[in-house]
Design a protein around this ligand. Structure first.
Ligand code: SAH
Length: 372
């Protein structure tokens, strides 16, 4: 519920951020119970349609248990997003599980207030060896929350192992990006790996090697990983070594657009190009320039694909919907004078479920095409 939908009288404004509140409509009829933050544009986040429902330690434990049961049904090994906010009935809470270590992000005042119960519930249902509190996401500012990173238990000091598709990756949950690993692309990486046999792969915005190293596991001839983060490339390098891919992988520290342009001018052609950039549209006002960014990325990446080769291109911008993204990719292909066919149009893996009332929270789009 947004602030402009709520009668923000003095009493409402005085409610402490994160308080669990009973929401009623103008006629006094009960609507729901919700966490309330008078300082946030998203003022109330529904916890339960029953306004009298409890949101206490046993309830939080029950919700985390249910989230765990779903992931255990979906996956054989303990590497996944364990809690995905509203869709798991825990608005504002993200938990990624990297084996024995879990990374917790509390992104709202409501969840910040519940952190003691959340940590107790995780200890009870999962018993992780170490917990990293990555309460440093920029969205916390919108909730008036400060930024911090804290550890509990025994969190290994170096990179930890994340196993996906049989590949042993390395993640840095404490100092790395977000929670250390982007689980959302798991199924898209699997699809791309299935195309990769015998191909030369250019993995642009590689981070710790998710697409590139899975492509090598799928039989790619070689992979070149490009990222502007030395720390991410170092994780990829260690993982390549650990999987016996070192001779087939190389790592380039570069700005993606410049590097794509340079390689295009040099006339390079690749069997498979992956472009999985950070969000180009962080707020609605950047929609125009961000959309043009995706079009340009599609043009530059498509130009590097050999005839008959493949392009995987993604957007994690929540403000860019599937249709707009597909349109920008189509235009970019046109700019590069390339034709082809879409083989896959997909979102995030099912450990990132979507609340039916929040279709806009399905932020990830990934298109895989074959080009002529
Ligand atoms: N494909 C990755 C996730 C990519 S996240 C995976 O499968 O895990 C986006 C990555 O883009 C980050 O690693 C970030 O360091 C990198 N990045 C951000 N801006 C960049 C730029 N201008 N040029 C190159 N890399 C960039």
């Amino acid at each position: 519920m947004f602030s402009n939908e709520i009668a923000m009288d003095e009493a409402a404004r005085a409610i402490a951020p994160g308080t669990v509140a009973r929401m009623v409509d103008a006629g006094g009829e009960a609507l729901a119970c919700a966490t309330f933050n008078p300082h946030s544009l998203i003022t109330a986040r529904v916890l339960d349609d029953d306004p009298e429902a409890a949101f206490d330690a046993p309830e939080i434990t029950a919700r985390i248990s249910a989230a765990l049961a779903l992931r255990e049904r979906l996956y054989d090994s303990p590497f996944y997003r364990l809690v995905h906010a509203e869709a798991d009935r825990l608005p504002g809470l993200v938990v990624d599980r990297h084996g024995d270590v879990v990374v917790v992000q509390a992104n709202t005042a409501g969840m910040e207030c519940c952190l003691p119960e959340v940590l107790a519930a995780l200890a009870q249902v999962l018993g992780p060896v170490g917990v990293v509190l990555r309460c440093d996401a920029s969205v916390r500012k919108l909730e008036g929350l400060e930024s911090y990173v804290r550890q509990k238990g025994a969190v290994p000091s170096g990179p930890i192992e994340v196993i996906e598709g049989g590949v042993r990756f390395r993640a840095d949950p404490t100092g790395g990006q977000k929670t250390g690993w982007y689980y959302d692309q798991r199924d898209n990486r699997g699809f791309v790996a299935g195309l990769a046999r015998g191909l030369d792969v250019l993995d642009v915005y590689s981070h710790a090697g998710g697409f590139g190293l899975r492509a090598l596991a799928g039989g790619a001839e070689r992979a070149v990983l490009i990222d502007s983060s030395d720390a991410a490339l170092e994780l990829a390098r260690i993982a390549a070594e650990a999987n016996g891919f070192a001779g087939r992988a190389s790592f380039v520290h570069a700005e993606a657009f410049r590097e794509l342009e340079r390689r295009g001018v040099a006339g390079e052609r690749w069997g498979l190009v992956v472009a999985d950039p950070p969000s180009f549209v962080k707020s609605r006002k950047d929609l125009g320039s961000g959309a043009r960014g995706y079009r340009k990325l599609a043009r530059l990446a498509a130009a590097l694909v050999a005839p008959g080769g493949f392009l995987a291109i993604a957007s994690c911008s929540y403000h860019v919907d599937t249709a707009l993204f597909a349109e920008q990719v189509r235009r970019g292909l046109g700019d590069a004078e390339r034709s082809g066919r879409i083989l896959r149009s997909a979102g995030a893996a099912p450990d990132h479920p979507v609340h039916p009332a929040l279709p806009e929270s399905a932020y990830l789009k990934c298109l895989v095409l074959q080009l002529d």
